[in-house]
Write a new protein. Structure first.
Length: 424
């Protein structure tokens, strides 16, 4: 059993090992006189979790927000007048993970109540009211240009165990493959969701829909996570665009959906290689391509009208190793680069390969990242999304917990909500 976590939350639940949750309160944050009320022998500290229902275990409302319902202005008043000690400071509790080299900062405590009837509405509420928390979590000094995060929220669908909204330096995503693997690993490794030896199912509620995952637990550790993603499909084939209008040099790319919309383009089309040496030129070209696509092409999911526009650009080339079929890099946000092969990007790529007749149902493909890490994908079957032929993709990969953190937001700190050098 791992050590007790998150000692400094204002209000937490002690989750008895695989049994019922036990409410408790701390008299203050981090003070020596903190008092805990509770009972039962084996406590595991986490965000507030409801007792598992008979139909599905489900992380609930007050959850994952140890300061649920407390706005930033309330934090300020609560913290005013304090000296240099940490008593009363608002804190965000996180589980740090990486999937194939790409970080996911899983936020499990300290987020005020997020409103909305579904995960798309909750994502919009985060964007409109609480975006300062994303900036604090993702940007310097707590994060960096390529940081990625996942906010754990109550599910809006009773079939799911928990809700998740993914975020990066540029905003919010509808779905994320590496983030899904990292989040599920964090849940199970920390005990927030009970696990058992062998396959353990966990269902996530995301703005893109329900994502069904299965983690393999061996000797108490999560060794891999597979997830069946939302249907992936090709939206437009062979879109021809000039990156610099009037200057020639047209680029041909495809637009596909794998949980978010991707522009998929070969490295050769951009005149680069998928390499660290070419990364600056590749990133610049990818951002320009995304800008041009969103200027010229109207992109909207046929069944989920809140999903619009191309969010990410996937640049690929054939792998030079026997262990992988393709090598890729995904550019997103304001120029962030995915260190992993990107789970949703792999789904979008599989949809394109299937549409081209190059990846039949039942066949696996392995995609390799810029740093040589890999994800495995498989086409499980076919379906339709609106008028578009689609595939049912499965992705498998591994994530690792790298730490447990409490990030303090001191109202006296002039950069408590983060900053971006050379940006807005």
């Amino acid at each position: 059993m791992p050590p007790l976590l998150f000692d400094n939350l204002h209000e937490i639940v002690l989750l008895q090992a695989w049994k019922r949750p036990i409410s408790c309160k701390l008299s203050k944050v981090g003070g020596r006189g903190s008092q805990v009320e509770g009972e039962g022998p084996h406590y595991r500290r986490a965000g507030r979790i409801e007792a598992p229902s008979r139909r599905r275990r489900q992380v609930t409302g007050e959850a994952v927000g140890a300061l649920a319902g407390v706005e930033e202005r309330d934090w300020r008043s609560r913290s005013s007048g304090h000296g240099p000690d940490r008593d009363g400071l608002p804190a965000l509790s996180t589980i740090e993970t990486h999937t194939a080299g790409e970080p996911t900062r899983v936020v499990v405590g300290g987020v005020p109540e997020v409103r909305g009837r579904d995960m798309a509405a909750k994502r919009e509420d985060l964007r409109q009211r609480l975006d300062h928390l994303r900036c604090a979590l993702i940007h310097e000094p707590r994060g960096h240009a390529d940081m990625f995060g996942a906010v754990v929220l109550p599910s809006a669908d009773e079939r799911a165990d928990v809700g998740v909204v993914f975020m990066d330096g540029g905003g919010y995503l509808n779905m994320c493959g590496h983030g899904t693997i990292g989040t599920v690993t964090a849940f199970l490794q920390s005990g927030m969701v009970p696990s058992r030896e062998g396959p353990t199912p966990v269902v996530l509620d995301t703005p893109a829909g329900l994502v069904r995952t299965e983690a393999l637990v061996e000797d108490g550790a999560v060794t891999q996570v597979s997830f069946v993603n939302v249907p992936a499909f090709v939206y437009r084939r062979e879109v021809r665009l000039e990156l610099q209008p009037g200057r020639g040099g047209a680029v041909v790319c495809d637009i596909a959906f794998g949980g978010s919309f991707f522009a998929i383009v070969s490295a050769a089309q951009l005149g680069v290689r998928v390499s660290v040496e070419d990364l600056p030129a590749l990133t610049e070209a990818a951002l320009r391509l995304r800008e041009r696509i969103n200027e010229e092409v109207q992109v909207r999911h046929p069944d989920l009208p809140h999903i619009t526009g191309v969010d990410l650009v996937e640049v690929y080339e054939p792998s030079t190793t026997a262990q992988a079929d393709w090598r890729n890099v995904v550019v997103f946000g304001s120029g962030q680069v995915d260190r992993s092969p990107c789970g949703t990007g792999t789904c979008a790529r599989m949809a394109l390969l299937h549409a081209q007749g190059r990846l039949p149902v039942g066949r696996e493909m392995v995609q390799e990242s810029l740093i040589g890490t890999r994800l495995r994908g498989e086409v499980l079957g076919t379906t339709t999304v609106g008028q578009y032929p689609a595939i049912i993709p499965r992705i498998t990969g591994s994530a690792y917990v790298t730490g447990y953190s409490q990030l303090l937001l001191d109202p006296r700190d002039p950069v408590r909500h983060g900053f971006v050098l050379g940006g807005d």
